[in-house]
Design a binder for this molecule. Structure first.
Ligand code: ACO
Ligand code: ZN
Length: 179
């Protein structure tokens, strides 16, 4: 087939090893733009103070993706928090890294940005002495489910009507001692 591969290659795939985005820590100045990406890409909106409190409490694992040539533009973000809950089979308390939210702006998707955000933030939240990573995802959100499975998350259950519109969530877990 005579398709011109070059013309199909996006700005973000100039070569296999070279990406045109960087991942950096989120700052207070980014929060308004992070909120905008969230509002565009996800039905779940949070008030500004929610982002601010996640950034204040878990700054190391709150990351953003920017174009290499414009560090002020936000292409995507990831934020985590730590929860202390009892384990399933005992009364022992465990720290869990809870993926609060991840999103990448529509036109910049499928370029490895979410993969880079996860790969860089997971070791950071792990420093909080967690035994597992957990998250909820809409059962219809195949892109995100595929992404999490590529990081070895496993579906552990369903949370019925987890979302305001009545959709169920998969509860996905990545246990550190098993991986
Ligand atoms: N269809 C199928 N699989 C997909 C798709 C898709 N459209 N997009 C990503 N994936 C999977 C693939 O396995 C992909 O690997 P591949 O490209 O080698 O096949 C893998 O995820 C990694 O893809 P990335 O390019 O790293 O992901 P991207 O930067 O496009 O971001 C994301 C993925 C975050 C899910 C994006 O689609 C998005 O922002 N969606 C809207 C917001 C959202 O749903 N966020 C998750 C909500 S759940 C939560 O936050 C806890
Ligand atoms: Zn959650």
């Amino acid at each position: 087939m005579g398709t011109d591969k070059e013309s199909k290659t996006s700005f973000f795939h100039r070569s296999k090893n070279e990406s045109a985005f960087i991942i950096r820590s989120c700052t207070d100045d980014d929060l308004e733009r992070v909120k905008q990406v969230n509002e565009q890409e996800l039905p779940e909106d949070y008030p500004f103070f929610f982002y601010k409190s996640i950034l204040d409490n878990y700054p190391e694992s709150f990351l953003v993706a920017c174009p290499k040539d414009d560090f002020n533009q936000i292409l995507g973000y990831i934020m985590w928090r730590v929860e202390r809950t009892s384990s399933k089979n005992s009364l022992r308390l465990l720290n869990k890294g809870h993926l609060v939210s991840i999103a990448v702006s529509g036109v910049y998707r499928r370029q490895g940005i979410a993969t880079a955000l996860l790969a860089k933030s997971m070791p950071e939240i792990q420093k909080q002495n967690i035994s597992e990573y957990v998250l909820e995802v809409r059962v219809s959100n195949y892109s995100a489910i595929n992404l999490y499975e590529s990081f070895k998350f496993k579906t552990e259950g369903i949370k019925k009507k987890y979302y305001k519109d009545g959709e169920n969530a998969y509860f996905m877990v990545y246990k550190l001692d098993e991986n």
